[in-house]
Design a protein around this ligand. Structure first.
Ligand code: SAH
Length: 220
């Protein structure tokens, strides 16, 4: 156990070193993960575990994604040639959102559970992140008003890549999200790319995410 204040930077560097050893992401992504504090996104009671490579609860039966998976998804998204705009479905605690805010000019993020949406907005404001636009809604429809997006990231799993979301991917853009796959206990992390002639789909790895659900959960 460690006091989170003084030693969190060291614990974070240790985690990022471990990720670097697994060759999961570019130096750029790893450097950003080394700078963005993960412990401020979770409850104080579990903050001492923030730099373990593990999912942690964030309330409302949801979880903060595992650092390994955040590294891979961020890396896949950052691989696009134009990094003007990214759309994220499933803000959760906002950790992935914060990483994306350093990789893209503008981030648009949607969350269906209002208290999570509100908390993420506060956490990112505290970190003085100003290039993120938040929406409390069901993300199945995406956010066509600001699209198309150079990258779309889904942090909850669906039966397949929703057409409404792939429709909002710009030419040479990418969509990365977990899709249910009988070959895995959980899902396959799918990368879908829009090409000049259609699209290209590939599997990055097996993952376990919470499901993408319909509708919203409002506070009152
Ligand atoms: N990247 C987030 C992951 C949170 S878990 C983090 O690290 O904190 C996935 C999130 O997706 C949950 O917060 C869940 O409420 C949200 N979600 C599930 N279905 C959704 C939908 N249809 N629209 C928007 N958000 C959704």
């Amino acid at each position: 156990m460690f006091g989170i204040g003084m030693t969190s930077a060291r614990a974070r560097a240790r985690l990022v070193n471990k990720l670097a050893g697994q060759d999961l992401a570019s130096t750029e992504v790893l450097e950003i993960m080394n700078e963005v504090p993960r412990h401020v996104f979770v409850d104080e009671a579990i903050a001492h575990r923030a730099y373990d490579d593990t999912v942690l609860p964030i309330g409302f039966q949801q979880t903060i994604s595992q650092p390994t998976v955040v590294a891979m998804m961020s890396n896949a998204a950052a691989g696009v040639a134009d990094r003007s705009k990214v759309l994220e479905i499933g803000t959760g605690c906002g950790y992935q959102t914060a990483i994306l805010s350093r990789l893209f000019d503008e981030v648009f993020t949607i969350e269906r559970i209002e208290p999570l949406h509100l908390r993420a907005r506060r956490t990112l404001a505290n970190l003085e992140i100003t290039n993120v636009t938040f929406k409390f809604a069901d993300g199945h429809e995406g956010w066509p008003e600001y699209g198309p997006y150079n990258a779309v990231i889904g942090t909850a799993s669906a039966e397949d890549v929703p057409a409404e979301l792939s429709d909002q991917v710009a030419l040479n853009g990418r969509l990365v999200m977990p899709v249910n796959d009988p070959r895995f206990v959980g899902q396959s992390l799918v990368q879908w790319e829009r090409t000049g002639t259609g699209y290209r789909k590939s599997d990055l790895c097996g993952v376990r995410f919470v499901p993408m659900l319909k509708g919203i959960e409002a506070t009152s």
